[in-house]
Design a protein around this ligand. Structure first.
Ligand SMILES: Nc1ncnc2c1ncn2[C@@H]1O[C@H](COP(=O)(O)OP(=O)(O)OP(=O)(O)O)[C@@H](O)[C@H]1O
Length: 273
């Protein structure tokens, strides 16, 4: 399904992504881990064609992704949705309109200017928000929501595109443990129920172990580990992070000690049963 072959991205003399190759045979949930500067974000941006590779090939369902231009490239970008650490919503715009922006490139300029959306699209946006447990927030400004809710809006915007692949770049790095869990549960559920491939850059080992079917470890632009979560031992993690014996897993972990008793916590509990 996805084939990555010898992909390299140079910035000057430095290889941010260095000869990376891997396959994902069917719709997997893949985590990419590694220390800051390992090349994780650059790789996702290459896949989404936000940045160009220096060399190599990426093919998805027999499409040569890195060679796409113009309308074909935009079509790929809509099949391959991105979620970012900082949500990238329009803060003053209401939640439903933010979700509808997922299909902005399919709308005419005039209908976008007057914020006119066909009923079917609005109903679809509301159904997606409902699925993510935030339908009641639809008319609020995005900036009025908590970080976890905003990230769920960003996921809803991605789903509006009906993507085959979701690329999540540190989706929980700005969230507290409870909201991190809600967001990761949402991504996992979307993967399980819809069969969409998810590739997520993650900064915590326990999250990678808990949610991913497969973990890729990057160091200095290269893949230094590619295996299942149970193969990701402390020794392997130490190698990926380039750490010495004093490396502590807890420094890269998130835990949820207690769930506060608000609406989000109720939602989290429902997701967990
Ligand atoms: N536009 C750019 N120009 C020059 N160097 C860049 C650019 N983007 C990334 N780099 C460099 O490429 C390397 C990989 O960066 P990248 O952001 O992909 O790493 P990362 O693993 O995602 O780290 P982080 O989690 O801190 O974002 C770093 O050394 C970074 O400084």
């Amino acid at each position: 399904m996805l084939q990555v072959r010898n992909v390299t991205r140079l910035f000057g003399q430095k290889a941010a992504v260095d000869n990376v190759s891997f396959d994902v045979a069917k719709s997997g949930f893949v985590g990419i881990i590694g220390r800051s500067g390992a090349g994780k974000s650059t790789f996702l941006r290459l896949m989404n064609r936000l940045t160009d590779a220096t060399s190599g090939e990426i093919s998805f369902e027999d499409q040569n992704v890195l060679a796409l231009q113009g309308a074909d490239k935009r079509a790929w970008q809509s099949q391959c949705a991105m979620i970012f650490q900082q949500f990238n919503l329009v803060p003053r715009m209401d939640v439903a309109s933010n979700v509808l922006h997922g299909i902005l490139n399919r709308r005419s300029t005039v209908s976008t200017m007057f914020n006119f959306w066909p009923d079917d699209d609005v109903l679809k946006a509301l159904a997606i928000l409902d699925r993510l447990g935030i339908a009641e927030q639809a008319t609020k400004r995005a900036e009025a929501l908590s970080g976890g809710q905003q990230q769920r809006v960003a996921i809803a915007r991605a789903l509006m595109q009906d993507p085959k692949v979701i690329l999540a770049d540190e989706p929980i790095a700005s969230l507290d443990p409870m909201n991190a869990q809600i967001v990761m549960d949402s991504l996992r559920r979307i993967h399980d129920e819809d069969g969409r491939m998810v590739i997520a850059n993650l900064h915590t080992l326990d999250t990678a172990r808990r949610y991913c079917d497969r973990v890729i470890g990057m160091r200095d632009g290269r893949i230094v580990f590619d295996g299942t979560p149970d193969q990701l031992t402390t020794g392997v993690a130490r190698d990926i992070y380039g750490a010495d014996a004093s490396f502590s897993e807890s420094a890269t972990s998130t835990s949820i000690d207690a769930l506060p008793s608000d609406a989000d916590a109720d939602y989290a509990r429902r997701m967990l049963v």
